[in-house]
Design a protein around this ligand. Sequence first.
Ligand code: GUN
Length: 292
Amino acid sequence: MTAQLIDGKAIAQQVRESVAAEVAKRAAAGKQPPGLATVLVGDRVDSATYVASKQRACQELGMVSFHNHLPADATQEQVEELVRRLNADPQVNGILVQLPLPSHLDEEHVLSLINIEKDVDGFSPINIGRLAQKGREPLFVPCTPYGCIYLLEQAGVKIEGANAVVLGRSNIVGMPAALLLISRNATVTVCHSRTRDLPAVVRQADILIAAIGKMEMVRGDWIKPGAAVIDVGINSKPDATKKSGYRLVGDVNFEEAREVAGFITPVPGGVGPMTIAMLMKNTLRAAQIQDP
Ligand code: GUN
């Protein structure tokens, strides 16, 4: 059997088009465009690239972005003062503090200061706490896990009652992905570096979300036949046939897994484009909450 590909690029494009249409409708009704403030501290090239993509997406969808760049040696007070100013700015509907912050900063405290109505990344302790509790609804769900669940739903994969395995327990992907799957009534196992007999655990999965950051670690014979495989990994693999000298691969060995799985996301073009699409959806939602 060859797995059905879940086309993240096409699904992200549909999300973006529906957000753009709603933004245009709001503009026609005389409302201000949804505004996203991005905060970048330091000069990590990967973070700067992600933030630039988020700003570009805002422009493409008729939203506005406000970029804030602080030096790598910014103090805790400077970052907090910026977040307070953005909380008070009526043009700013969403605040995104790009992670990781430089190690001298207290990330948890910075995230806790973001007004939960502007927490479009869903990382404030209140939004995450609500996601973890029964009968409570977060205002926003973190963008990459939200994208993973959205892909499963669009592919028609049944989450309720499924055995789901999440590889990785990061604050940004693994843990919120596990919480989201639980909230949709999956039976969830979270695996990490100290999990015993990882292949045997993964073989139980009807749904696998791989977010462990290890190139092509999941082999084809780890996959349950017919499983839905969502690969969050983005790793550079040396490839002499490419001009750049490398190509992007996931945490799953795609060629092996596609022969066994029922559904699989490619890398690139799977989860990657979903993160920004869901951020745009969250930013629109923030504007709708603040200016119904
Ligand atoms: N760093 C890696 N992924 C993310 C993300 O989704 N949001 C933020 N703020 N930082 C990140």
